[in-house]
Design a protein around this ligand. Structure first.
Ligand SMILES: [Zn+2]
Length: 321
């Protein structure tokens, strides 16, 4: 049975802010909201606030609500004005991810079905599904990632898609990580899209002069894909995290040690708050830093006291390994 979509679209007067560009979507991007609001509240907040942040659909345990038309872009992928995520992908937010539990599980289940339906409508395979993290490294969908279930979610989408009679996964049959075996009917641009690489790169890696000339059974090198990482993409950064304990004190502690904590949390998108104008790396262990630490702890199963210590340090470090 088809999933009904409730429409509560942004007003045209807000197109310039929320969805300025026409879009021909090529991907679907999955998010976790990182809060406990319902889909109705998510969408009405997005519609009415003055931030440009926007997304196409919010899904909770009961319904799917649409806020932005799918033929317009939304700002949800963090990859810039011309980023593929922002300009070519449909953003789907899964609600209640902050606290998780049964409500979240039901929301995720409905989202999986809904994404399969979107794929089916477009004749796409599950290879068109991306996580927010793939576009800019943000640790999102945070709950799915921290529970190590991204592949499981993709498999569940594929299962639903098959139940809808949709396209089989291009990956499961033909791709083995760094090579892809050409199937009948494949085009280089389709393969490039599925593997998340440029056609020009496929040509270069495989010495293909004419992109229209590929043969069935041909093994193509598809290295260079940036879509397989499950860790923040800036893991190259090395933060010298202090081994001492930091809490909000009076006077507040300040120094390069604290800057390292702030920088690491910023790279993981916990510091500063989403949407803040300056990055706020001031080296002061004040309420803002403590709050970022608290949210980080909450998302990573630590006791959320806002105090930076050995356990928090170890968790942060593990994410950069
Ligand atoms: Zn996201």
């Amino acid at each position: 049975m088809a999933i009904k979509v409730v429409k509560n679209l942004v007003s045209k007067s807000k197109y310039g802010l929320k969805c300025p560009n026409p879009m021909k979507a090529e991907y679907i991007t999955i998010h976790n909201t990182a809060n406990d609001a319902s889909a109705a509240n998510e969408i009405s907040y997005m519609k009415n606030n003055s931030s440009s942040t926007s997304f196409h659909f919010a899904v909770d345990d009961k319904q799917v609500i649409q806020g932005i038309p799918t033929n317009r872009n939304a700002w949800h992928a963090g990859d810039g004005t011309n980023g593929t995520g922002n300009r070519k992908s449909i953003g789907v937010e899964i609600c209640y991810s902050k606290s998780g539990g049964a409500r979240y599980k039901a929301a995720e289940k409905l989202a999986i079905k809904f994404v399969a339906q979107l794929l089916k409508e477009r004749g796409w395979g599950v290879e068109r599904v991306r996580k927010h993290q793939d576009w800019n490294g943000k640790y999102c969908p945070h709950r799915i990632l921290s529970e190590g279930r991204w592949n499981q979610v993709k498999a569940a989408i594929e299962k639903e898609l098959k139940a809808f009679g949709g396209k089989a996964n291009i990956f499961s049959s033909s791709s083995s990580g760094s090579t892809y075996t050409v199937k009948k009917g494949d085009t280089l641009s389709e393969i490039a899209k599925a593997e998340g690489v440029r056609v020009a790169n496929l040509q270069r890696w495989n010495n293909i002069k004419d992109p229209n000339k590929i043969t069935v059974g041909q093994k193509l090198k598809v290295k260079g894909s940036s879509f397989s990482s499950t860790k923040p993409n800036n893991k190259k950064n090395f933060y010298e995290l202090p081994s001492s304990v930091f809490a909000v004190t009076s006077p507040m502690r300040k120094g390069s040690d604290v800057k390292q904590i702030q920088k690491a949390l910023a790279a993981l998108y916990f510091y500063p708050d989403k949407g803040a104008k300056n990055n706020g790396i001031d080296g002061v262990y004040g309420p803002k830093t403590a709050d970022a630490v608290r949210r980080f702890q909450l998302m990573h199963g630590l006791s959320a006291d806002g105090i930076y210590g050995p356990k928090t340090r170890a968790k942060i470090e593990a994410l950069f390994k």
